[in-house]
Design a protein around this ligand. Structure first.
Ligand SMILES: Nc1nc2c(ncn2[C@@H]2O[C@H](COP(=O)(O)OP(=O)(O)OP(=O)(O)O)[C@@H](O)[C@H]2O)c(=O)[nH]1
Ligand SMILES: [Mg+2]
Length: 916
């Protein structure tokens, strides 16, 4: 094994080609762009790492290395992979992410040993036919294709995994291929800013101003044929907040967006509400997309100078927002870099490090700002001033084909026909069709294989054309051809004018007396509760009433409410006749319960420890995010008490709390103390304000591992929700346990959240950075892996016996014989000097190193368990046969190989290293 990563190597000397025994060669993070001519003679190489170098052309010599199992070219500038790549027929892990590839060779489909294939962040537009038949990836593989302008198959097919790709390609072979050049054009902006009138003007090319009674109540979808091949589907949104909570259905990647602002009424001060809020939403939801700015109502502005200044102000304020966004990303990156430097970093694959991964994500976001146009001043009134210029800009922007892969998306004709058939059902009364009816439709268009139908429907769901929740048992049998009308139904439940809704004058509640109605209203406002029957009454106009249980299942699937077990107290409120109760957190107005300070005293009791983690969101919190989190955690907790900014609950005998707090930062730049009080959840938040979503658990000091088991699933739910907002600037944190325990109010040190994914540190204790190096806390309180290891070790007192120190290096023939570790700027003199048994290399191995070590022994099947248990070099060195058996290594031959190879590592081989 030879590790030369993180140097400044631009060339490798020819003499390296003489290291014929070399099996693993780590050359990541250098400046290499070519290899010595005889590099292909290193035919014993099994692992070869060139991540983050400067290769533009794939070095042909590598094709001779037929024993390669792992080949990493991640983060180079490769433009092409040679057709002969299949010669590497033993290759299992192939990393090609972050390159400049536009296609893949057909022969890659013959590399049947491939299990891991990373292709994300390239410019690949089509996958070779037969790609779906890469069997090993199908079985237990890891295929990544994100951030490619794929149109054959479209990314929404790839998102279903390699089975979906296979089904797509099979169908493409059976049916004919058809190109459907259709892009979504989404109009967003404040109510009455002129969206519908502009949509009319663009599509009809005559003025068709809306009237008061024509206000858009839902989402209006109109096809627009621009004259050429391109067809646009214009989505015109009304302003109801329920759309904000269901954005994931409507604001999708690969669309073009128009943000309208009424220039006549625009004032500098109104920017945050009329423009800024939408910039925040678009940036968080669909980063990197094109946004055209339309300044409407210019016919009502007399003064050309006033118009010019307003346009300029909007452009300047958007620029400022962009700059602040970048500053915020930079600030986060600085913090992560600091941690990255101080973290023990010995892995040969930096991309496996939690900090490094986050850094890449942040860099990625920085490189993908929203692409704003200038403001197009226009009028949708008579004369259509400026509308033509906007139309021309729309067509010009659509020429950027890599930003709109939908313009070239290739579908099997049967799939395209199924899409048309399902869309035509939108006119029907019924809002869903059964799976068997859908199957019938599919067979009418010639789609017969069940797998292909499922894949086509899954693709249409991901595309937002229809809804089908194949994983949800209650909804699996229903296909909803019209997502818009589903959300329309939800609107009936989200009235913010509760007084007028819950009034005896409302015919929906004609069979309720006023006292009961008052109780229903109070219960809704104080407890966020609605009973099933009341929900049905609120939805009486809806055709969905006929399928009322489905409404409940959909509400649950969207995370808008959760079922509350009936109890004597809820029965007392509703009587027993109103059915199952559901809590809608978005309705809650109440403050924390009185028991709060008893259950969560400010001072953590002496015999307890606290784990606190969460995310900080700066300047913007996606609408409904916290409320949906409160719903999503429901399966993980019991005995919960909710208030508008938090939940107190139990998991078994442990207490957990989920809370949001708002930290207002005044103009002075000084932070105010955090407050849990939102005056209104629809408040416009200032750009410097910070919202913390915090999860906390406390337990006896001996229960740390259990604490992690309780809190990590909650954190997983939050992560899933945040994933729906890929452009959001949020930073994960873990509060310093020492600061928490010592109640350092307002000044608690926060570790970046990525600390949770770091390998288990060896030290029992860590220093509290807030204490100036004087105070310590137990490592397991910030390291779940460490906590798990400690729990295991306590459960298995036999582990810990040194196995390696008695074994002679001569016993391990055939295993890699040399390990050279270099820091930056080292050159190596490769002469072994001495052989000792203390302070051996194995002691410095990280969990990732142990993984590589197992892979090198062809024992990949154990890597997962070892990683989960946080086994690093020090632990490995202490393991004996019994400990390995406890780890799940059942095969005695495997245990022997691991013990022998570990013993070899325990023998220190030192080299003379000249540092420059
Ligand atoms: N004079 C003038 N009136 C306009 C213009 N654009 C829109 N209007 C008027 O402004 C009002 C709102 O226009 P809409 O197009 O309905 O606005 P919207 O953004 O679709 O409104 P919502 O659907 O309620 O969110 C209507 O009375 C329109 O007639 C314009 O360019 N000039
Ligand atoms: Mg409208």
């Amino acid at each position: 094994m030879l590790r030369l990563y993180k140097n400044k190597l631009q060339n490798l000397p020819d003499t390296f080609c003489n290291l014929r025994q070399l099996e693993m060669f780590y050359l990541g993070d250098n400046g290499l762009s070519s290899l010595p001519r005889d590099f292909g003679k290193l035919t014993n190489l099994a692992d070869l790492w060139f991540g983050n170098n400067r290769f533009e052309d794939f070095p042909e010599q590598v094709l001779c290395l037929v024993n390669l199992k792992i080949l990493n070219f991640s983060g180079n500038s490769l433009k092409k992979i040679p057709e002969d790549i299949h010669k590497l027929n033993k290759l299992e892990n192939f990393y090609l992410d972050k390159n400049d590839l536009t296609s893949l060779p057909e022969s890659i489909c013959r590399m049947t040993s491939l299990t891991v294939l990373h292709l994300q962040d390239n410019r690949i537009t089509a996958l070779p036919m037969g790609f779906g038949s890469l069997v090993n990836i199908r079985k237990h593989g890891d295929l990544r294709l994100k951030n490619n302008p794929l149109c054959q198959p479209p990314l929404e097919v790839c998102a279903g995994g390699i089975e979906s790709i296979a089904a797509y390609q099979e169908e493409l072979g059976r049916s004919t291929a058809t190109v459907v050049p259709q892009v979504k054009l989404t109009l967003v902006g404040t109510p009455l800013s002129g969206k519908t009138s502009l949509s009319n003007a663009l599509i009809q090319q005559v003025s068709a101003l809306t009237k008061e009674e024509d206000r858009t109540h839902g989402v209006q979808i109109t096809p627009w044929s621009t004259g050429g091949d391109v067809k646009l589907l214009v989505y015109d949104f009304g302003g109801h907040p329920v759309y904000h909570m269901t954005h994931q259905l409507f604001l999708t990647k690969g669309s073009l967006h128009i943000l309208t602002v009424d220039l006549a009424s625009y004032r500098r001060e109104s920017f945050p509400a009329s423009v800024g809020k939408w910039v925040d939403i678009l940036r968080a939801r669909v980063p990197g997309t094109h946004v055209l700015l339309a300044g409407t109502h210019v016919d009502q502005i007399r003064d050309a100078e006033e118009m010019r200044m307003k346009c300029e102000d909007i452009e300047n304020q958007i620029d400022l927002m962009q700059q602040n966004y970048v500053k915020d990303l930079d600030r986060q990156m600085r913090k992560i870099k600091k941690e990255l430097q101080s973290a023990r970093e010995e892995s040969s694959d930096s991309s496996q490090n939690g900090y490094a991964k986050r850094l890449t994500e942040l860099e990625d976001l920085k490189s993908k700002p929203l692409k704003f146009s200038q403001v197009f001043p226009l009028s949708s009134a008579e004369g259509l001033e400026g509308v033509e210029a906007l139309r021309a800009e729309i067509l010009r922007v659509l020429e950027d084909t890599s930003a709109f892969p939908d313009l070239r998306r290739v579908l099997p004709k049967t799939w395209a026909d199924l899409e048309t058939r399902l869309e035509s059902l939108r006119k029907d009364e019924s809002l869903s069709v059964s799976w068997s009816a859908c199957r019938m439709l599919a067979s009418e268009v010639g789609l017969t294989s069940e797998k292909s139908i499922e894949t086509a429907v899954g693709y249409l769901h991901r595309k937002g054309v229809i809804l089908h929740y194949s994983e949800n048992e209650a909804l699996r049998d229903h296909v909803f051809p019209d997502p818009v009308s589903i959300v329309e139904i939800f609107k009936g439940l989200f009235h913010y004018d509760t007084d007028s809704v819950f009034s005896v004058d409302n015919p929906r509640f004609e069979d309720m007396v006023s006292m009961e109605l008052d109780r229903v209203k109070t219960s809704l406002l104080q407890n966020g509760l609605l009973s099933r029957d009341v929900i049905h009454m609120l939805l009486t106009d809806s055709p969905m009433m006929l399928q009322s249980d489905l409404v409940m299942d959909l509400l649950l699937e969207f995370g808008l409410c959760y079922p509350v077990p009936t109890s004597p107290s809820t029965d007392a409120i509703f009587g027993t006749c109103r059915g199952q109760q559901y809590r809608f957190p978005s309705y809650l107005q109440n403050n924390p319960p009185q028991t709060y300070s008893k259950v969560w005293p400010a001072q953590i009791p002496e015999h307890q420890d606290q784990i606190e983690l969460g995310h900080t969101l700066k300047g913007f919190c996606p609408p409904g995010l916290f409320e949906r989190l409160c719903v999503r955690i429901h399966p993980h907790v019991t005995f919960r008490q909710d208030w508008k900014d938090g939940v107190m609950a139990c998991k078994g005998d442990l207490q957990v709390m989920v809370q949001r707090t708002l930290r207002r930062t005044g103009d002075s730049g000084h932070e105010s103390a955090p407050t849990t009080q939102f005056s209104s959840r629809f408040d416009v938040i200032n750009p410097n304000d910070e919202i913390d979503v915090i999860m906390t658990t406390r337990a006896d000091t001996t229960d740390v591992n259990r604490m992690w088991k309780v809190i990590l699933p909650l954190q997983g739910e939050l992560d899933n929700l945040l994933n729906e907002w890929p452009g959001l600037t949020h930073s994960a944190f873990v509060t310093c346990p020492h600061c928490s325990k010592n109640n350092a109010v307002g000044d608690r040190y926060r570790f970046p959240g990525q600390i949770l994914q770091q390998p288990a540190p060896e030290e029992d204790r860590m220093v509290c950075p807030g204490s100036g190096g004087t105070a310590f806390f137990r490592t397991c309180l910030v390291s779940p892996l460490r906590a798990a290891t400690e729990a295991d070790t306590n459960a298995q007192p036999t582990m810990g016996q040194a196995a390696g120190s008695t074994v002679n290096s001569a016993d391990v023939k055939g295993f890699c014989n040399t390990v050279i570790q270099t820091g930056s700027n080292c050159i190596i003199n490769m002469t072994p000097n001495t052989i000792e048994n203390e302070d051996s290399e194995v002691q410095h191995m990280t969990v990732e190193d142990v993984e590589e070590f197992l892979q090198s022994l062809r024992l990949d099947e154990h890597t997962e368990t070892f990683r989960q248990k946080g086994v690093d070099g020090a632990m490995l060195a202490r393991m004996d046969d019994r400990a390995l058996r406890t780890m799940g290594v059942r095969n005695p031959a495997h245990r022997k190989v691991i013990l022998e190879a570990t013993a070899a590592l325990c023998v220190k081989t030192s080299f003379t290293v000249d540092t420059k």
